[in-house]
Design a protein around this ligand. Sequence first.
Ligand code: UDP
Length: 472
Amino acid sequence: MEKMEQPPHVVFHTIPAQGHIKPLLCLAQLLSEAGLYITFVFSHHFRKCFENLPDLSNQSPNLHFEFISDGLPDDHPRSITFDFFYDIKTKTKPHLKDLILSLNTRSPPVSCIINDQYINYPLEVAEELGIPSFTFCAHSASFALTYFIIPKLIEDGHLPFADDDMNHEINGVPGLEGILRRKNLPIFCALPDINSPDFQYFLNGTTGMIPYSSGLIINTFDELEDQSLPQLAKHFRKVYAVGPLHAFLNSKIGKYGSQLIGSHISLWKADQNCITWLDSQPLRSVLYVSFGSLINISASQLLEFWHGLVNSGHPFLWVIRPDVIFSEGEQAVIPEELKIGAKEKGYIVDWAPQEEVLFHQAVGAFFTHCGWNSISESIMARIPLICWPQLYDQLISSDLVSKVLRIGVELKACDRSTIETTIKTLMETKKQEFQNSVNRVANSAQDGIGQGGSSNQNIEILIQHIKNMKLN
Ligand code: UDP
């Protein structure tokens, strides 16, 4: 009797950050829908994030989860810092390698690994086991490109920085014209010594393994980043722009399906009561405020926000994560006056069902830290943005949003008066202008994921690429 053909087996591995896991899970589910056998690998330490995970076996029988040790002691803080990346590089690698060897004996043999751009050890494991691999990028092509221009910036004397002016613009860099400021570069570029082990580690860590990668899969789309994507493509064998992945998945499995997937790995449970509150608000009147899953703010900043929001006169729905306030030197509690005041004007939650919120007809604008998922979700819901970027890729994304796409404005200073006037600009004086721009970008995103669209085609090519790997 003929042996039944086994599907290609793709192993996913990423850093334990909400903004990375969600788009990668969306990709994993899309590939599983296409008949590929998927294993998503997490560390034991994040198992608690899966406590509410409903049984996906009916919906996605090809999607499997495995847990490995990250090799770190239990009391390790596991915050996303330089040290964490150093530590997991060597400590987690043997556990991942053992798992893949074991998967080969109990499931279809592993055909390829898809790993997060910020960790190299899965690529090393793939190399050692003779398995092809892809690099996944959870943020914009513009930010991804900043890593590859560093040698040229050094050659041209832009690095190390000559002074402390982080807003200094760097011109003449193909693909990043008009959006490159010192502060938009990867964080290690601020190190004063470009020959230091830290600088070299992070430069080589993110770009050094690229020759071994079969391609870059990125959660953006051709029309959104038509400047930077062609430049980025010069550094990889192949670039697959397949975004926005959440919208792609929603188009396959139903609206908010990706939110459901994303909330499985969230540390906080989304408060659905805010939807009932939104139901009672006038059309397009509410400002949704959320700074994502990682960043912290001071208690005094929080108060400035509160005054700015209340003074703007617009109702607001505000996500204040229980761990959002810095604990150092300040009281790590939400000020009581903030909670009381917000009762009249707004609604505060620990964590919101963000995609559903953005699609609610009462929401008119999004005050965001510019995480790439938040931007993509806002675009798809046709909601203009106020950008308050703090770290990492958020800084260049804010310039992309406000200067190139013109679908939002950047908050220039974090005081109550600037906050109030910026909200009024977006939600009153320039409302229609921003709405028109975001509609235009949303239409091109929708076209991209639709039949024959660029992202749709790219994902088909990717799937074929993976299937061919299995044959080889
Ligand atoms: N998110 C959510 N509820 C919230 C805040 C955020 O579901 O109250 C989700 C949001 O939909 C997005 C992710 O968390 O998919 C945050 O990712 P992003 O890239 O925007 O920011 P990060 O958390 O990585 O800084």
